[in-house]
Design a protein around this ligand. Sequence first.
Ligand SMILES: Cc1cc2nc3c(=O)[nH]c(=O)nc-3n(C[C@H](O)[C@H](O)[C@H](O)COP(=O)(O)OP(=O)(O)OC[C@H]3O[C@@H](n4cnc5c(N)ncnc54)[C@H](O)[C@@H]3O)c2cc1C
Length: 477
Amino acid sequence: MNQPVLIIGAGPVGMITALFLDRLGVPSLLIEKRKQLPDIPRAIHLDSEIINILKLVGLDDFITNQIYPSKGLFLFGKNTNKKFLQANLNFNNECSSFLFDQNHLEQELLREIEKSINISLKYNCEFISAYNQKAELAVQGQVIDQSFSYLIGTDGANSKVADVSGIKYTEYPYRKINYKVDFITDQPPNYQNRIEKFCSTNGSFVRMAFKDRVRVEITNNPNGEAEYSIKLIEKLAQTRVKKVLHADKYYFNTRIANKWIVDRTIIAGDAAHTMPPYIGEGLCNGIRDAFNLSWKVAFCYYNGHHDFLIKSYSKERKNNVKKYIGLTLLTGFLFTTSLRYILKPFELLGIPLKINQKPVKKGKSDLIIPKFDLLANVATVGREWDYMRHLYNSFTIITSEDLSKGAIKEITRLFTPFNVNFYSPEDKIAQSVLRILKIKKVKSVIIRPDLSVLFSGILNEASRIKIQNTFKKEIIS
Ligand SMILES: Cc1cc2nc3c(=O)[nH]c(=O)nc-3n(C[C@H](O)[C@H](O)[C@H](O)COP(=O)(O)OP(=O)(O)OC[C@H]3O[C@@H](n4cnc5c(N)ncnc54)[C@H](O)[C@@H]3O)c2cc1C
């Protein structure tokens, strides 16, 4: 008889994987090092694809009673308090965004697992290592051996499974600290069932509410302020804090595993990828992993190992996750732009720009990594491309540089999927924008839709010639 599938980590992704396998009749042993479910509010947003996946697992009660369709995403300039964009979260007349509590989802998954005869769940059981389809597990101070047909590591961001399998990660250096507060209120705010983001370079913040719950997230640059008072939270949330459920500081890293499969060991969820919560897609992607992987493991469990089929999991999922990481980073730095993290389209071309706004560290921006074409990823992501177009429809570029048609074409390409409007400083619209932004001398200014300046740069003569030559070459070939 086949050995069970061993799943390490009873977080949401491990539990959903076990349930999918159960629905296909495959026995699994799900082990968890904690004593019980955690009680910390984390994910709060799910997209509609995930709701459909949860329906397939049979979480009907959860879907009926515990999710709240989001009425939209609203973007404000933090300093002006003016709404500059309202994102429609309906696609093809279907709501695409839902608010929920990760704890409620985990409780519901646990109830389903307890009903299953195929899943054996062990708390207080820690994975130590694995070799040759045998794992070492620590249970109450003793080490026991456990054979498996497949080992699935859903053991979160500091995955031991990945570690002992020699899996390495590609890191995307976009690091932020978020201070997050979840609280109960008795005064439902006027942004009930929606998400509001206040964009700013210095301390952007997000607020959202559903039922009697409110979440406020304040973004800081690393080394920023560490703690906030209830008074400030009430001011930002525009409502009364009745009871704080949880408040903490989070450091968000962004990375993706280079390998997702080593022999019969496979990783999924946060063990395979992490990203900041700017579009609430970390868990969503873990659930997509579970959905993609479980039927393939079930097929191999019954019919013998098919390398090609199992490898198709990482091929399909990795590309998709990369696109979500791209979308997350782009969204994140548009909300929280600082010169350190700024998108410098010219820099993408390897052309140095002199920044005249604030001193900037020498060397390249740490956001742009040569091998990861952020914009290209966003542009090809399909439905999310539409989503971004709902969020940001245009950038304005005011430049006194005499840009050639080729340069304009290339900048437009780099800013895909946004429309880019070019203005000369003599133009009436440009003049009023410059007045609002108190910019006197213009060389090149890029402005995002809420009128925050992305950067104001001066191209020196050598750079200008280099750009023109680059474009000339492209145009001639
Ligand atoms: C503040 C915050 C807000 C977020 N908001 C969103 C959002 O709105 N939408 C969204 O989609 N995502 C969001 N996320 C991300 C989401 O919470 C995670 O992606 C999700 O929890 C990952 O699930 P997982 O099962 O892969 O890992 P985890 O939830 O980390 O579970 C891993 C489990 O493995 C166990 N484990 C670890 N090592 C071992 C071992 N050696 N042996 C046995 N067990 C082990 C751990 O104890 C843990 O229970 C947010 C995260 C945070 C922190």
